[in-house]
Design a binder for this molecule. Structure first.
Ligand SMILES: *[C@@H]1O[C@H](CO)[C@@H](O)[C@H](O)[C@H]1NC(C)=O
Ligand SMILES: *[C@@H]1O[C@H](CO)[C@@H](O)[C@H](O)[C@H]1NC(C)=O
Length: 983
């Protein structure tokens, strides 16, 4: 290759020499330059350059525009997936080129100062590439009009001084580059022709200079995501042509200046996520606004009534401020209004009735205010509505029936109001609804049977209402249902047997109703059930033996009319309170209950009859079972071996796919999860592996039938989950992240082959096993290791990976109890420029889910930080995320929150199994846990900071001293200053 290269260079320089003597050969010289460019770009992606051939004329090449004399004027090669190093040394030998456009490619390497030879350049676009290093001085490009370097990959200092000579610059776009921190570059203020200035996310700090008002040609000014502070200068009002002003995610303070009102051309204004305060009366003059984003500030006062007359306004987001007074009643009634989010303010008065007048509204978010009155009936016909959330207000009246059946709605949240009336059968039309949240109202009437037709439902929260009648028999149709909260109502009748078909359900609470009859034994077959509270009802009969197989965080059957013996697995003192208030229960081992009579009092003949009958039944059923097992085993065998398998390996393999396939059988089964079975495989060479087997299912959860046609492009939920896991894990290598050896897939099922971790999960160690207790040192090392694994996922990969289901059962322990993060089924690569609404999927495990999941769905790395904080709390307290002792609807976070008032009760949080000498150390980790579980995601530390803080909380060793990364010994910082380090 180097030979070819130097040959080409020799050829080129010979040609150049030639040209100096014979100017007529300019064109063949330019041909050579373009061929050099072509050969520098990766062949596999350059079909578009096929027309670039030695025999051709440069002016006929794709992407080339020529001057009248046949010399190259423009090169336009943007957005072509080109990869390679740009040979600027040769390109800038093109004497008359005035436009170079290479944006949105995959070009890499340095941008060299050869650029200065392109002295006629008016248009330069190198943005959205993978360049590296700092950008060169380009003072000789004084004729530039357009300079796009946004997202190009350049870093370090930027040569701001070079800009001074470019007096004709109209577009300057430098944002989204990791440049060195700099005050606002004054050189820019001299560029009077600027109409577009994009300096977002490029490390600008300090104040916005008042002279910004001199750039009166500006149409677009984007300064978001920097470190700007101080007040917005009133000179901003001089920018009469300004159409878009983006200031979000900075540290700006003070009021919106008087003078803003002169920005009469402004259509898009975003000042959210700053520290602005005072009223927003200036906004009342901006009559052309299309989008107004002021959320997460400290604004107060009234919403300007003029907003109700703005004819173009379609998006309004003012949440988390301190606004008071009513909303203008004509708000949103003029244009194709899209959404309003005014949650978390102190607003009052009625809901404006006409925001869906044009039938285009998607979100109505007015949570946590003081709104009064009824839901306007107009919204019952708003078919475009996806979110309807008005919880935590003082709204009342009957919910219009149509609201329940909005065809596109995915959240209805009217909780904590004074609503009355029934949930109507309209709900059968709500095919997209995932969350139905109506708790703490005065809803009455019966639950319609049609609720079972709303098959997307994931969460049903109807608790604390006055709902009566029976639980719909068809509830088992809700295959996605995860949480069913019916407590504190007036429900009667029995618990439907079909509940056992809700295969995704993790939380069931029916406490404090008038339910009677038996507990369906089908509940024992729910693999993911996490909490089960049926207390304070009139349930009778025996506790089904099947419940023994559940692994529950919360289990409460107290105060019913249950009778008979307590099943063996619940015959542990710890369950006494869960079973209290059932005088009919008996136990032969636990004193708390009365002794089971050795003789149940039946006549001898009846007993004999029953025994005989039972023996026969047992024989018959075991015969059936035997036959069934044989058949399924055969089935299983055949199905696995008959398939054609596709192996994707990510590490060097020491086993064959057959070895794996042979081991997928009942006796190797070690776990069942929501996403599939897990088998332990022992290879001939002694190596142990864990294999996750996922059947590809159709949308009804049935196994795909063999004869069905292969699916074309449509992936089912489980397949998607599988793809996600493979995609994520295959690109990840870290000592604290579980290793995926390979994936083996066929049309019908998929196998993931992992390393096997002998010590199970942290959950098992902490909560299930009495055998092996974890001392504080070990717990601390687990905390640090797991934190590093997550830090790697968030910050160490090409793109951040959000785990989305961090919990102690997903932290596995190797033979030395070193932790590894597992189960990425739900992980999702964060799109580098992902939309604000990153996901619709409701995921995670009760007790670990960050509050923002339920509310805005803006899930990011900080949601993992929250869940990790819960894991730290488990490590410190030894408690599970949800325990009966925390009380109704309380989890470990709120429990700890209620205990940190004084030092004694703080120490009482620490697991009694941790010796006194280590309690102070444990409290240090507890403080980090509390930071991680801060309600506002922005206030939580990043995982990188968490690792640092944990390292500083190292138990007792070298007290007062810490060794930093460079090996320097530094004074150990106090916890307080570490806290202050957080954003
Ligand atoms: C700026 O543009 C004007 C008009 O096109 C031109 O005459 C002038 O030379 C340009 N200035 C620079 C520094 O290129
Ligand atoms: C708005 O502009 C007008 C004229 O363009 C000017 O007289 C006035 O002072 C400006 N208002 C503010 C508050 O800057």
């Amino acid at each position: 290759m180097s030979n070819a290269c130097s040959y080409r260079q020799l050829f080129l320089s010979l040609c150049l020499l030639f040209c100096l003597t014979f100017p007529c050969c300019v064109k063949s010289d330019e041909l050579q330059i373009l061929l050099t460019l072509k050969s520098a770009l990766n062949k596999s992606s350059t079909d578009v350059l096929d027309s670039w051939e030695a025999a051709g004329s440069v002016c006929s090449f794709n992407g080339i525009t020529c001057n009248g004399d046949g010399s190259v004027k423009e090169i336009e090669l943007s957005n072509l997936k080109l990869t390679g190093v740009l040979p600027l040394d040769s390109i800038c030998q093109l004497q008359s080129v005035d436009k170079l456009s290479f944006g949105y490619n995959l070009l890499y390497g340095a941008i060299t100062d050869d650029l200065n030879n392109c002295s006629k350049l008016q248009y330069l676009d190198l943005g959205n590439n993978l360049f590296s290093g700092s950008f060169p001085e380009i003072s000789s490009l004084s004729e530039l009009r357009y300079l796009y370097l946004n997202g190009s990959g350049i870093s370090g200092p930027f040569p701001w001084k070079s800009l001074e000579t470019m007096t004709n610059l109209t577009v300057l776009s430098l944002g989204d580059n990791p440049l060195d921190r700099t005050p606002f570059p004054n050189e820019i203020l001299k560029l009077k022709q600027l109409s577009w200035l994009y300096l977002a996310n490029c490390s600008i700090e300090g104040e916005i200079p008042p002279a910004i008002g001199d750039l009166t040609e500006l149409i677009d000014l984007e300064l978001q995501m920097n470190y700007l502070s101080g007040e917005l200068p009133s000179e901003i009002g001089n920018l009469h042509k300004l159409w878009q002003l983006e200031l979000y995610s900075n540290g700006l303070t003070g009021k919106l200046p008087v003078g803003m009102r002169n920005l009469t051309s402004l259509e898009y204004f975003d000042a959210s996520d700053n520290n602005f305060e005072g009223d927003i009366s200036e906004v009342g003059y901006l009559t052309n606004l299309v989008s107004l984003q002021l959320f997460e500030n400290q604004f107060r006062g009234q919403i300007p009534p003029e907003l109700g007359e703005f004819k173009k306004l379609v998006n309004v987001s003012l949440y988390t401020n301190m606004f008071t007074g009513p909303l203008p009643q004509k708000l949103g009634s003029w244009a194709d209004f899209n959404y309003i989010d005014v949650s978390e303010n102190l607003l009052s008065g009625p809901i404006p009735p006409d925001m869906c007048k044009k039938g285009t509204m998607t979100k109505l978010l007015m949570l946590q205010n003081r709104f009064t009155g009824e839901i306007p009936t107009t919204y019952a016909n708003c078919a475009s509505l996806k979110r309807f959330r008005v919880s935590n207000n003082s709204l009342s009246g009957i919910v219009p029936a149509g609201i329940w059946g909005l065809p596109q709605v995915d959240i209805i949240d009217i909780a904590y109001n004074q609503f009355e009336g029934p949930i109507t059968s309209d709900i059968k039309n709500a095919k997209e609804i995932g969350i139905l949240s109506t708790q703490y109202n005065r809803l009455s009437g019966e639950l319609p049977e049609e609720i079972s037709e709303a098959t997307s439902l994931v969460t049903i929260e109807l608790n604390n209402n006055q709902i009566s009648g029976e639980i719909p028999r068809g509830i088992g149709e809700l295959k996605s249902l995860s949480s069913l909260q019916l407590q504190n109502n007036r429900l009667s009748g029995s618990i439907p047997e079909s509940l056992g078909s809700c295969a995704s359900i993790s939380n069931v609470n029916m406490a404090n109703n008038s339910l009677s009859g038996r507990i369906p034994s089908s509940l024992g077959s729910l693999p993911t059930l996490n909490t089960l509270d049926l207390s304070r009802n009139e349930l009778s009969g025996r506790i089904p033996e099947s419940l023994s197989s559940l692994k529950l965080n919360l289990f409460d059957l107290s105060y019913n009319r249950l009778t008979g013996p307590v099943p063996q697995s619940f015959s542990v003192e710890a369950y006494n309170s869960s079973l209290a208030g059932n005088p009919g229960l008996c136990s032969s081992t636990i004193q708390y209950f009365k002794k089971c009579p050795p003789d149940s009092g039946m006549s001898k003949s009846v007993r004999t009859l029953i025994v005989c009958f039972a023996v026969v039944a047992l024989l018959l059923s075991s015969l059936g079972c035997f036959l069934y097992l044989r058949r399924t085993e055969k089935d299983g065998d055949r199905s696995l071996k008959e398939e054609s398998w596709d192996v994707k390996s990510f590490h060097v393999l020491t086993f064959t796919e057959d070895e794996i396939l042979d081991s997928i059988k009942q006796e190797n089964l070690i776990g069942k999860g929501g996403s599939g079975n897990v088998y332990k495989v022992m290879l001939a060479n002694g190596v142990e592996l864990a294999v996750k087997h996922i059947w590809n299912t159709d949308s009804h959860g049935r196994r795909k039938s063999r004869s069905s046609t292969p699916m074309l492009g449509r992936r089912t939920g489980k397949e998607k989950e599988f793809d996600a896991e493979v995609q994520t894990l295959s690109s990840i290598r870290h000592v604290n992240v579980v290793k995926l050896y390979c994936s083996i897939t066929s049309e019908d099922s998929s196998l993931l082959v992992y390393e096997y971790l002998r010590n199970g999960s942290l959950w098992d160690r902490l909560h299930m096993s009495q055998k092996m207790e974890l001392d504080w040192d070990t717990r601390y090392e687990i905390a640090v290791g797991a934190a590093k694994g997550l830090e790697y996922l968030h910050h160490g990969c090409e793109r951040p990976v959000i785990h989305r289901d961090v919990k102690s059962s997903n932290i596995l322990l190797d033979e030395f109890l070193k932790p590894r993060i597992a189960d990425f089924g739900l992980a999702k690569m964060v799109q580098a420029n992902g939309g604000k609404d990153s996901t619709h999927v409701i995921a995670g495990t009760h007790g670990y889910i960050a509050p923002e999941y339920g509310y805005t769905y803006k899930v990011n790395e900080k949601s993992d930080v929250y869940s990790f904080g819960v894991v730290l709390m488990e490590l410190v307290s030894g408690k599970r995320p949800i325990e009966p002792e925390f009380g109704d609807n309380k989890d470990i976070v709120s429990w700890i929150c209620s205990k940190i008032q004084n030092k004694e009760s703080v120490l009482s949080i620490v697991d009694p199994r941790i010796p006194v000498a280590f309690k102070e150390d444990a409290v240090k980790v507890l403080k980090i846990a509390i930071l991680c579980t801060t309600k506002l995601p922005a206030l939580r530390p990043t995982m990188r900071t968490v690792v640092q803080m944990l390292q500083e909380a190292e138990p007792c060793k070298l007290v007062g001293i810490v060794i930093n990364k460079d090996g320097e010994v530094k004074k150990k910082e106090t916890m307080e200053s570490a806290e202050k380090l957080n954003p």
